[in-house]
Design a protein around this ligand. Structure first.
Ligand code: PGA
Length: 251
């Protein structure tokens, strides 16, 4: 049985005051049970949010990480720095970073490896653009991204690395993928992992869906056996909407 993950990706939103109010409100609205509920604030709010979450069943995650542990890398944050402020998880390879900041598959594979080596667990994002989808290149793109993301890892990492299928055309557009399309992508991702690591490790990797998930459509994804949770952007900024998405996974 794969433990579901519901992750709030705040992106570049909120401030210290609103994060404090958010966490206090969320704790009163829902309580993670069997599922893992992750809160991923911007770097400047990690310390505060980590303190507010301490002792609660919610878990802290970063939105990005660099692959070196320290040194002359202006503006970057290392895996050990994330650990120090209480992060157990980190998101890597979000399409906004691939697209706007030109992160390559190679950079992403180095980030994934470094994060795991330093004791973080990783959600690595993959997903095709609308143009790739229209040209029928979606599956090939997904395969390439998954292979690259896992290139430096062995099958023993199958419980520490999670793949989030996030089609670029569904992110922040209000147009979520259909459950059928998300399931097809999740199966393709698992087949790609099985070809690399064998079927047993592939079965233990969790595959999430992300892209315009909201309290109304969450239950459909939650019922799909191949989808092990969700990465939520816009709807995660509102604690009551996010708590309803968590509850969709609680049945
Ligand atoms: P969205 O973002 O829920 O706002 O579509 C999802 C994501 O980018 O992780």
């Amino acid at each position: 049985m794969r433990q579901p993950i519901i992750a709030a990706n705040w992106k570049m939103n909120m401030d210290l005051k609103s994060s404090r109010e958010y966490v206090l409100k969320l704790k009163g609205l829902c309580s993670p049970q069997k599922e893992l509920v992750l809160i991923c604030p911007p770097f400047t709010m990690l310390h505060l949010v980590g303190q507010l979450l301490a002792g609660s069943p919610f878990v802290l995650g970063g939105q990005d990480v660099f692959w070196q542990e320290s040194g002359s890398y202006t503006g970057e944050i290392s895996p050990t720095m994330l650990r120090e402020v209480g992060c157990q998880w980190v998101i890597v390879g979000h399409s906004e970073r691939r697209r706007i900041l030109h992160e390559t598959d190679e950079m992403i594979s180095k980030k994934v490896e470094a994060a795991l080596k330093n004791g973080l667990r990783v959600i690595v994002c993959v997903g095709e653009t609308l143009e790739e989808r229209d040209r029928g290149e979606g599956p090939a793109r997904l395969r390439t991204q998954v292979e690259a993301a896992l290139a430096l890892l062995g099958p023993e990492r199958s419980v520490d690395v999670v793949v989030a299928y996030e089609p670029v055309w569904a992110i922040g557009t209000g147009k979520a993928a259909s459950v059928e399309d998300a399931v097809a992508a999740a199966r393709l991702i698992r087949e790609t992992i099985a070809a690399k690591w064998g079927s047993e490790p592939a079965e233990s990797v969790r595959v999430l869906y992300g892209g315009s998930v909201n309290p109304t459509n969450a239950a459909g994804f939650a019922r799909a056996r191949d989808i092990d949770g969700t990465l939520v952007g816009g709807a995660s900024l509102n604690p009551s909407e996010f708590s309803r998405i968590v509850q969709a996974w609680q049945g």
